[in-house]
Design a protein around this ligand. Structure first.
Ligand SMILES: [Zn+2]
Length: 75
């Protein structure tokens, strides 16, 4: 059986996984309790619709959509 080899185009290392990162904004409440600041757990989290798939070896962004990332791993 042919071995599937996926190689990062930048650092040429073999990859079995990709990294994924997404910028997320946490909405919290802020209040003072006896003069001490309190941040309360997020009530709402908003993120970009799409994050970035990157090489876990060199941190280079390789894909900006899931379809391309899937194709890469399915090679
Ligand atoms: Zn790389």
């Amino acid at each position: 059986m042919k071995r599937n080899v996926r190689v990062c185009p930048k650092c040429r290392k073999e990859l079995t996984v990709l990294g994924y990162s997404q910028i997320v904004r946490n909405f919290q409440t802020f209040r003072l309790e006896k003069g001490v600041a309190h941040y309360e757990a997020p009530g709402r989290v908003d993120g970009d619709d799409v994050g970035e798939w990157y090489c876990p070896e060199c941190d280079t962004t390789l894909f900006t959509n899931q379809v391309d990332a899937e194709k890469f791993l399915q090679k």
